[in-house]
Write a protein that binds this ligand. Sequence first.
Ligand SMILES: [Zn+2]
Length: 286
Amino acid sequence: MPELPEVETVVKALKGHGLLKEKIKKTEVFCPSLIVPFSSKEFESILKEQPFKSITRRGKFIIFSFDSSWFLLIHLKMSGRFFLKSQNEELKKHEHILFHLSSGKVLCFHDTRKFGKLILTKNPEEILRKLGPEPLSKDWKKEEFYHALKKSKKSLKTTLLDQSFLAGLGNIYVDECLWRAQLHPLRKAFSLTKKEAMSLHGAIQETLKKGLKYKGTSLGKGAPNFHQVNGQIGSHQNHLWVYGREDLPCLRCQNTVRKMFLNGRGTHFCPTCQLILKSSERKSSS
Ligand SMILES: [Zn+2]
């Protein structure tokens, strides 16, 4: 599933392709189940002749705003993606929504698994206020993160996947962050020392920036799950520290990386450098 770095990569590319200079001339919806809460006809009618005002990201949502005070929140879910095509190109499989733009280009929403959601609303905060802080924002303070961890009785992996705790992380980046910070995924969040929480804060920012640098992670058997707007895949999958490396040597200690399932999610970790013990216990047991 696209996570913060992938969604941010899409947002940057859409802006780079000049979407902010465009107006939606016409919209065509071929898969009404992707749009919320309006009918295809209402959706097409509300967006007709709308100029783009801004394109931003919050958590894993892409947010289009329009002059008319309407907002379109897009969640790519498993396999949603945007790309641009020319008007005379024929409609291909999985192209479910077409936005015909004033320049003659067509912005296409493509989704092989059809889990994506496009929510048209005048009140985006109704959805966005449920999200936790943005991990790459200057407002995300180490102290606050430490105190928030203290309140969570859940495991670190479950806590970091919770979008109301912290926005934008998913299965891949959480495994990467925990490996970087040398913390076991099953460790209870409240058990972290201040030093460990500070180190995890840094590891989260470092990991997300690395994902952004390589323009996202594209994984999956057959068709990769993430494509940039230009159709290319990201390259972060070639630079992963622990995710997908089960039975391979840990890049830090050379011991074998393990995979376990936690709430049905494949979780990768190094049992040697990500000990479940608290640092104080680690000292006394060694
Ligand atoms: Zn290791």
